[in-house]
Design a protein around this ligand. Structure first.
Ligand SMILES: [Zn+2]
Length: 284
């Protein structure tokens, strides 16, 4: 099994919202804000090649946003960077067998949508879309507080595609031995984390549980998290296991770092052996 990090369209979000209750003098040392107080974020996908399948973890923000919203989020909307960058490593969107989505917020699932289509035409026309059942229910019926994070009409388009698989277990038979699923609740209900198993190594898709290395710091959460204390407990459990089993942690939003190991000093976790990209990295 081989993995690559593939960049999608970068964008920006308010630094204060991204770092929750951390004061600006602290977080601005980690990621420098622009004049509008926004920090640059990646939308980075994980491409996994197994003997049988091409798998893409996360669609990223894509280029579906209307111009005014793209401007607000500092998103470069000119082309669908994920699809272009997949082509660059020899993968056409038609080749992709599975797209696994950690959750359906617009900066993770927007890349499914073909720009300018309504009802939405979805990218990756031959792929099965894997979404957690609980997250799908939330996206179909969001809370007033997270409504603007979801894309109206996307759950209908996913259902109509006939290629949607909803999951609520650790495994699915089609990908048995390739990936096992973990679920978390603190950021959004039923966030789905994929753990890919090679013969020698495992890589974990952290999603918004730890969007970048700065969020490995246990108390650091986002203003967007629905239950920050739950999230901290979930981070503790997952990071503990990641250290024990030497997982490679994959970060979707970190502007600089694609993946790292985690080192632990009691309850303090830090990134170790960071890499800015993964290029055909073998897990076997
Ligand atoms: Zn996100």
């Amino acid at each position: 099994m081989k993995v690559c990090s593939v960049r999608g369209n970068d964008f920006k979000l308010d630094g204060g919202a991204m770092f929750g209750h951390a004061p600006k003098p602290t977080w601005k040392k980690w990621i420098k804000p622009d004049k509008l107080n926004r920090i640059s974020l990646a939308s980075r996908s994980l491409y996994v090649k197994t003997l049988d399948y091409h798998i893409v973890c996360e669609a990223g923000i894509g280029n579906f946003l209307e111009d005014n919203l793209a401007k607000r989020y500092g998103a470069d909307n000119s082309e669908h960077k994920l699809i272009e960058n997949l082509k660059f490593i020899g993968i056409k969107e038609d080749d992709v067998d599975y797209v696994i989505l950690s959750h359906l917020h617009f900066d993770h699932a927007g890349g499914l949508i073909s720009k300018g289509t309504n009802p939405f035409e979805l990218h990756f026309p031959n792929a099965t879309y894997i979404v957690s059942k609980e997250q799908f229910e939330r996206a179909s019926n969001p809370h007033i507080r997270d409504r603007t994070s979801f894309i109206r009409g996307l759950t209908d388009s996913l259902e109509k595609s006939g290629r949607l698989t909803l999951v609520d277990k650790e495994k699915i038979s089609q990908l048995d031995g390739v990936v096992s699923f973990y679920y978390s609740q603190g950021h959004t209900p039923g966030q789905l984390h994929s753990l890919f198993h090679g013969d020698k190594e495992k890589v974990f898709f952290a999603g918004d549980l730890a969007p970048g290395i700065d969020w490995l710091n246990l108390p650091i959460t986002m203003g967007y998290d629905r239950q920050p204390e739950t999230l901290v407990e979930e981070k503790k459990k997952i990071f503990y296991k990641a250290v024990q089993e030497k997982w490679l942690m994959f970060y979707t939003h970190d502007p600089f770092i694609a993946a790292s190991r985690i080192s632990a000093d009691k309850n303090k976790y830090e990134a170790a052996r960071m890499v800015s990209h993964l290029n055909n990295y073998s897990l076997d």
